[in-house]
Write a protein that binds this ligand. Structure first.
Ligand SMILES: C[S@@+](CC[C@H](N)C(=O)[O-])C[C@H]1O[C@@H](n2cnc3c(N)ncnc32)[C@H](O)[C@@H]1O
Length: 453
């Protein structure tokens, strides 16, 4: 992607309080896609928008980014050469993605995209945008048939990514790629610690999980219980609407991520390190499960501040430290930890549906860089683990190089390491690693549990 580009969205600004016209939403979404083409994130644009415009622009831009490889394929067949104005190019990507997914809105989308183009480059490309979109509608069936024969356009993932997934998951690569294009589930984690504890929240929520579920039902929020603390929302929604969220009764955390705290096997009084802690989802879960002495470390001070605010909302506390997990001299006081969670930085290929820009911004060479960084972090952390202590290695990746291969080479470097079963419940199959592939219930995660002999 990294093209040089100027981001000049010239948005058609709606009056406050009203739903923005589609042209304004298309413009804002095009600016978000342009930011990604320039090597940044869509959020760098979306965060500055008014809430209603942001919600619509996020939906359109994230979908266009999921479809990016397909949109690029289609646009290459609809235009003689790439348009020099990146914002207009992005507008076409957003509009084509919408036209393919919502054919019933064709007329409105073409008109509104043409209106949006009037405000870009002094309206120079208004006719081009109108013509390209009309041509797309005319040739729709042939174009989509051709796109379905092209691997990148069909699977909406870069070629190197497809190859990696095929090699690493010969039996399930198609399902993994399809899951990467789906809308992510939203899962709540109910704080068992908080239930029954005296709080200032509404009385209806203060005693039992049943009461909390009743208050969800009253708010017409449908959930499906995955276990006694994980609840999948039928429809994702802003957290402000969820009863008990502000009072710290529940958190948003993917069901796959909820496995971490259980696998680490923490008990009251233990000294525990969460070595890559921000924004603190797993740290909070660990503190909810047992009265531990938790140190939450992260290299990024701004992200660590989010751990603080998350813990405050939940009424929990930990020792927060800014530091590089790979350089223990800068933050470790020499007291060994009984448990370590190493939720290392990774390609995030298991959560790509939540960050669709990532698949187009990443390069295959990034995989090697992440693997090196991960090895440095876990080698350093191993020195801080007490004898008999356990370290849980975790990624939200589905690439083998960051997962099974990483742990195999760690085992070769550390003769005092032993692999333990990663068994969530007595009823589940026990294995030396837990590979969660992305599904409708959870994201893709990898877990390996190591013990120091
Ligand atoms: C996958 S996220 C952690 C998510 C977190 N465990 C949770 O459940 O909310 C990885 C984190 O590692 C941090 N990080 C990256 N490199 C690091 C390093 N060398 N030392 C410590 N933290 C690091 C990043 O800032 C990021 O917050």
């Amino acid at each position: 992607m990294n093209q040089s580009s100027h981001i000049s969205p010239s948005p058609i600004v709606p009056p406050t309080g009203l739903n923005p016209p589609l042209a304004a939403t298309l413009t804002a979404a095009a600016a978000a896609v342009t930011a990604v083409i320039a090597g940044s994130t869509p959020d760098s644009v979306l965060q500055g928008l008014a809430p209603k415009l942001r919600a619509g622009a996020m939906d359109l831009s994230y979908t266009a980014l999921r479809d990016y490889g397909r949109g690029d394929f289609l646009l290459a067949r609809l235009t003689a050469k790439r348009l020099p104005d990146v914002l207009v190019h992005s507008l076409l990507l957003v509009a084509i993605s919408r036209l393919e997914r919502r054919p019933e809105e064709a007329h409105t989308v073409v008109n509104q995209a043409t209106d949006a183009a009037k405000e870009m480059s002094n309206g120079r490309y208004k006719g081009v945008v109108n013509g390209v979109l009309r041509n797309f509608l005319r040739q729709r069936d042939e174009l989509l048939a051709a796109a379905d024969k092209d691997a990148v356009a069909f699977s909406r993932h870069p070629a190197w990514w497809i190859n990696r997934i095929r090699v690493d998951h010969p039996a399930s690569w198609k399902e993994i790629l399809a899951a990467g294009n789906s809308h992510p589930p939203m899962c709540l984690r109910l704080s068992r610690r908080r239930l029954g504890a005296p709080r200032s929240g509404p009385p209806a929520m203060q005693s039992t999980s049943t009461n909390w579920q009743d208050s969800l039902a009253q708010a017409e929020i449908e959930v499906r219980a995955l276990n006694e603390e994980a609840f999948l929302l039928t429809r994702p929604m802003p957290v402000e609407r969820i009863p008990g969220f502000a009072e710290g009764l529940c958190s948003v955390q993917d069901f796959g991520a909820q496995a971490a705290a259980h696998l680490l096997d923490v008990r009251g009084g233990m000294t525990v390190l969460d070595a890559c802690a921000a924004p603190g989802g797993k740290a909070a879960h660990l503190l909810e499960l047992a009265d531990i002495k938790l140190t939450a470390l992260d290299i990024d001070a701004r992200r660590l501040a989010r751990v603080q605010s998350n813990l405050e909302r939940l009424g929990l506390s930990a020792t927060l430290k800014v530091g590089n997990a790979a350089n223990i001299d800068s933050w470790w006081d020499g007291q060994p930890f009984e448990r370590i969670l190493a939720d290392v930085p990774c390609t995030a290929s298991g959560v790509v549906r939540r960050h669709p820009d990532a698949k187009w911004l990443r390069r295959e060479t990034d995989l090697r860089k992440f693997a090196k960084q991960q090895a440095e972090i876990i080698d350093a952390l191993w020195q801080t683990l007490a004898r008999g202590g356990k370290m849980l290695y975790c990624t939200c990746s589905v690439f083998d190089q960051e997962n099974a291969a990483q742990i195999s080479s760690f085992m070769l470097r550390h003769a005092d390491a032993e692999r333990l079963p990663t068994q969530l419940h007595k009823s589940t199959q026990s294995d030396i690693e837990l590979k969660l592939l992305p599904t409708a219930e959870h994201d893709g995660f990898y877990y390996a549990l190591l013990q120091k002999r």
